[in-house]
Design a protein. Sequence first.
Length: 566
Amino acid sequence: MNGQLQNATHSPEGGVAQRKRRRARVACEPCRERKRKCNGCEPCDTCIQYEYDCFYTSPHPQKEVGLRHRSIYGDSSASPDTPISKSVFRGHLQLLEANSGAAFVRRLGLKIDPSNAPRLHLFAWNTGERLAGFEPTLHRPVTNIMTQSGLRALALIYFEKIAHTYGCIDRDVFFDRLDARWRDPSTVHEYDPVLCGVAALGSLFSQRRPSKAEHQLVESARFVLETKSLLTPPSIDTVTGWVLRVAYLRMTALPHAAWMASCSMMHVVEAANIHLEESSDTVFTGSPDVVSVDIRRRLWGLAQHLNIWISFDLGRTRVSLPGASTKPVVPQPGDQTSQLLSLIPLTESLDPGISRPPEDVEADLARILEVDYEVPPVVMAQTNLMLCIFRRLRAQNSNLLSRHEDRVIRLATKGLEAARRMVETNSPWHHAANVPFQVVCLFLAIDSRPSIQLLGYAMSTLRDVTTAFDTAVMREASNTAYLLIMLHQRRKASDAGALQDVLDMHTITPVLIPPPTTNGQFSAGTDQPLQSPSIPPEMSWMEDLIADMPTLRGLDIYQFLYNDPL
């Protein structure tokens, strides 16, 4: 009723005259082809709702173009000076969403059941916020937090379970510096964030529940990095401390806190000139400490790796340092860190600021599927990169995904196996939570028989991670995955019911010809010997159908041709 009143105007005679509906002077091509209502915006409301690629082949008035990009992160508006800048801005936001796992889950839910889709949220960002129950504490030197032997024990766990993948510290140098620290326990040292970061990660990978000492180690490192280290140009020890802190936050903290810390880390890297290869351009020239070029390259690579992926997951802009000249880490046999960092070039190409055709993105997917890694953390990183590329191609409505479907499913299954190994070894890498949840969503999105058959394995893996770490974050992720599967099943059941209704309403009219018998006698009601059953000419298409479809060859075709004898 209200809508009718809004579309009505009073005529001069006092009556009510119907106002003509306002139409956009120029409709976008998707709306024009589908004969849908278009409001003339770019993108228009219809294309936003149905996720069409909105575009115009003819120019339309600038006044009606007004950029209104309703991303799933919230409505955002802008008024760039030119249509080109509007298009670039819109494309940048779309690529931000395409990289984000949270956006993928949201869009998947909207496609399955818009009324019950999960909210926009980073499900299974990690295994859970680890230090949420601790109160803020005053800074204490590392020597007052735990004993030298206690820190050494945690450091041994770090070098056993973490340093192989996040290898940016020389083991011998570390233990020499650890011993020297306890010979001078009274003052705060610049190396304290490294000692605290190593010990905190060792505690994370050895204790299911955090201790008070772990909380104090994290707070001590934060205090030194955010206060003391800012008073002087950052050293390599400061950069190392920041990398360790961001790695810990990625596995244990909330997304925003980890992203902010990763951005600060990149600015510290820039101030220290870690991203520059020439020694003459760095602050380390003339330093009494011998700085390994390999260590510097590893620090730069790990800083990039952490900042890029945290930014991608949140759908935010990463910190990119122009003019970076640091060379990649030289691969070494069995070196997991070099394997992990070898994925960075493919990762950088997914930057939302880089617009690439689907064919190039598909070539990246083919390259990542060809690599065969074995160590769980690297397999998980490879799987995570594959998932991001899959999301990009899917957002571009590319039909190139079908040719890689089998290999995508195999790599996703390999990622699930790696997650199970992480649970067995109490290794709470963030991907142990993230990958199983995203693989469940991947299998639902592919929606083929092989992917649906593996859905149970993916769900049981997610349940195993939830049981092992038993956090609210993991329970939320597990319940959300269950909800998505349930909504998908209901939609399938609804579709099957609709098909059954069609079959019930439109049955095949049988052909009235004598049915065959098995004893070769005369057919009932006739005086002629029985001939071999034949298909009427008007039903000859059924023979061709059976010939083309081997699965139908065992079907009794005559049940569709003859009435049952009375």
